[in-house]
Design a protein around this ligand. Structure first.
Ligand code: GDP
Ligand code: MG
Length: 398
């Protein structure tokens, strides 16, 4: 799940962080060279106070502390000659000096690093590619990068933890973009509230293209409902696809909920009508209405769906789509949404999707919230969508 995105994003961050760290290292070396120039002054002082070869570790440490810190060091050209003369006798001392200066310079130099515009551009360009190649939509990618640009501009990176800081910034922008998509209805909560108000049954219609996992998802929802004490009935309203009725019956029996069915070719809306009547007479709290898969371009099937909406008057209409569909998915959703109100999206087959970008962008791109993610074929492989689930899956917080 999210493997492609996970790998690509962390690679982009790593490569950029390495580059930055190299730059910083170079800068430190440049300063070190400057510092070397004033080395003799400090070395001279050390020589006056104690002979280097006789020094004890404790004394050495004390001397290191006495060495002036980097900003106070001024290059003094004339001292270089003095150092050349004393080179031999000061050898041990010089090594010690160099180390301590390096540490001090590092300490002074390293705390905060601000990225320049060009560096940010480079980083964002790499991320852009990673996101687009992982099925994140163009719109969402652009919005994410703009958000991240703002984040990076206003953040100073700790040079000892560039990679960690960059990941934090990417995480924050991912959250920002997911927050912009809004939260959808909590189906279980919705049903519970209706039950409490005595307003049942709640009718939920599932639609979408062929083979995306509508029937399987209905079984998963029935299963979750059951575990929360919500009763439901399935309406086998796919009378079109071979074996669809048997498949629904099979799931219903396994989950342990009733199913209302008719024969192949029967009017799907009238089966939904019967299922609602059954729920009313048996005080069943939710009706889960299946439908035949259809392409958004098939006008007859879309008409049939409009009739179903008119007859069943669903409280919640859910589009079930495959995350593996790629960028075409948002087009599918938009086309369906032209004909009927869609309250939420369930994205299936995330477990077999090497990319996973749709989970980030589908809600942002279509303006329709993501409700659940299908993560396998078993009945409990259904995860309620939360931004945390997505962000933690893509950028684990070790
Ligand atoms: N790996 C995986 N397979 C799924 C998931 N959801 C559904 N499927 C499988 O997708 C296939 C089609 O599912 P089905 O419910 O018949 O799709 P429908 O035509 O939309 O009703 C079946 O083999 C399901 O087991 C999922 O989240 N992950
Ligand atoms: Mg089906």
């Amino acid at each position: 799940m999210f493997d492609g995105l996970k790998r690509k994003l962390s690679e982009a961050v790593k490569i950029f962080a390495k580059k930055e760290e190299k730059e910083i290292e170079k800068e430190i070396e440049a300063r070190e060279e400057k510092a070397d120039v004033v080395g003799p002054k400090a070395a001279g002082e050390i020589e006056e106070s104690a002979a280097p070869k006789q020094q004890q570790p404790a004394q050495q440490a004390k001397q290191e502390e006495e060495i002036p810190s980097a900003p106070e060091l001024q290059p003094v050209e004339s001292k270089r000659e003095v150092r050349e003369e004393k080179k031999g006798e000061e050898k041990g001392n010089k090594e010690l000096l160099k180390l301590s200066l390096k540490t001090k310079i590092k300490g002074v130099f390293t705390s905060n690093v601000a990225l320049g515009d060009r560096e940010i551009d480079d980083f964002l360009e790499n991320l852009k590619l990673s996101l687009l190649q992982s099925d994140v939509s163009f719109e969402a990618t652009e919005a994410f990068l703009e958000d991240l640009r703002g984040n990076l501009k206003s953040t100073k990176l700790d040079s000892r933890n560039i990679q960690g800081n960059l990941i934090d910034a990417v995480r924050k922008s991912l959250f920002d973009i997911l927050a912009k998509s809004g939260r959808g209805v909590d189906i279980k909560q919705f049903v519970k509230e209706r039950v409490a108000a005595g307003d049942i049954p709640v009718k939920i219609l599932f639609l979408g293209p062929n083979g995306t996992g509508k029937t399987t998802t209905i079984a998963k929802i029935a299963h979750t409902f059951k575990s929360e004490g919500i009763s439901s009935v399935m309406s086998a309203s796919d009378t079109f696809r071979a074996a669809a009725i048997e498949q629904t019956e099979h799931h219903a029996a396994k989950v342990g909920v009733p199913v209302i069915k008719s024969k192949y070719g029967a009017d799907p809306a009238s089966i939904a009508f019967d299922a609602i009547a059954y729920a009313k007479s048996h005080s069943i709290q939710a009706v889960l209405i299946d439908s035949a898969g259809r392409q958004e371009t098939n006008k007859n099937l879309i008409k049939e769906m409009e009739k179903m909406v008119r007859v069943a008057q669903p409280n919640i209409t859910i589009f079930v789509g495959e995350s593996t569909t790629g960028n075409q998915l948002s087009e599918q959703v938009r086309e369906f949404a032209k004909f009927m109100r869609i309250d939420g999206i369930i994205l299936t087959k995330l477990d077999v999707d090497a990319k996973g970008g749709n989970a980030i962008s589908i809600a942002y791109t279509t303006g329709i919230p993501l409700l659940y993610l299908g993560t396998g074929e078993s009945y409990d492989a259904l995860v309620r969508y939360t931004p945390d689930f997505i962000v933690d899956s893509i950028l684990p917080n070790n």
